[in-house]
Design a binder for this molecule. Structure first.
Ligand SMILES: Nc1ncnc2c1ncn2[C@@H]1O[C@H](COP(=O)(O)OP(=O)(O)OP(=O)(O)O)[C@@H](O)[C@H]1O
Ligand SMILES: [Mg+2]
Length: 239
């Protein structure tokens, strides 16, 4: 069953240099319960597309149909934190959803537990590390129990352990039947989780298919590193 239908969506911005086309006639639909990785170099239109899917921005043309609400985990973890503490921050979502006090308390405890933030639950949120802030953003999504979750560059600034923690949470969301989108150029960290792989390049959708088929493409044409390129010598360890 289709969960998200993007139909001929375009978006441009007026800039000093003229009109800048950020998303160019992009169409695709995603099935419920699937995990899609949308890759693309810096400035390829990933975040703009996410803002359009979630309704934060309107397309110039085309339509977006979502069956259910989309939750966003933003690229900049800091911009998302509104509460003084993780506990307060996580409670805003279920409060807005008009849940009962008891339900809010249960949702907050559950989200703190799942993201490993119990020990930091009453810590000033601004003193959390980058990885902890990202887990806090995920905790907020868990507490709201939304059917669609979009992660914008979820691995930015995370170390090995942090990436694995975020991926464990993403796998859990998928196992619960959520429809998940990961926007990232770091294919080596997430493509193994994906059912579907889409590549954006300068606002165009240039690939849409299985991860297996995507890796057969010459991804470097679109400035994305093919993660199956292996390292065998110390001399290989340079980008
Ligand atoms: N509000 C805006 N005004 C003008 N240009 C914008 C605006 N928002 C985005 N753009 C431009 O649209 C293009 C796509 O931006 P977007 O943020 O979607 O890229 P991205 O793929 O998410 O890149 P990154 O990997 O760096 O996060 C960029 O060229 C950007 O400069
Ligand atoms: Mg972006």
């Amino acid at each position: 069953m289709n969960k998200i239908i993007i139909d001929h969506v375009s978006k441009s911005f007026s800039t000093a240099e003229g009109k800048k086309l950020a998303v160019n006639d992009v169409s695709f639909s995603l099935d419920e319960g699937t995990l899609t990785v949308i890759g693309g170099e810096n400035g390829s239109g990933k975040s703009v597309l996410m803002n359009i899917i979630s309704g934060l921005e309107k397309p110039d043309s085309g339509t977006v149909t979502c069956y259910g609400k989309a939750g966003l985990v933003f690229q900049e973890a800091d911009t998302q934190i509104l509460g003084e503490t993780p506990r307060e921050d996580i409670s805003f979502g279920p409060k807005n959803q008009k849940k009962s006090r008891k339900e809010i308390a249960a949702a907050v405890e559950d989200a703190l537990n799942q993201t490993g933030l119990v020990a930091k639950s009453d810590y000033p949120a601004r003193f959390l590390s980058g990885g902890e802030k990202r887990r806090l953003a995920v905790a907020c999504m868990l507490a709201m129990d939304l059917p669609i979750i979009i992660f914008d560059e979820p691995y930015a600034n995370l170390d090995f352990g942090g990436v694995k923690q975020v991926n464990a949470l993403i796998k859990k969301l998928k196992s619960e039947g959520k429809t998940v989108i990961i926007l990232s150029h770091e294919l080596e960290k997430c493509l193994g989780l994906a059912d579907r792989f889409i590549v954006l390049f300068r606002g165009d959708k240039v690939f849409d298919g299985t991860p297996q088929d995507g890796l057969k493409e010459n991804l470097e044409l679109w400035n994305i590193r093919n993660p199956l390129t292996s390292y065998t010598h110390v001399q290989d360890l340079v980008w």
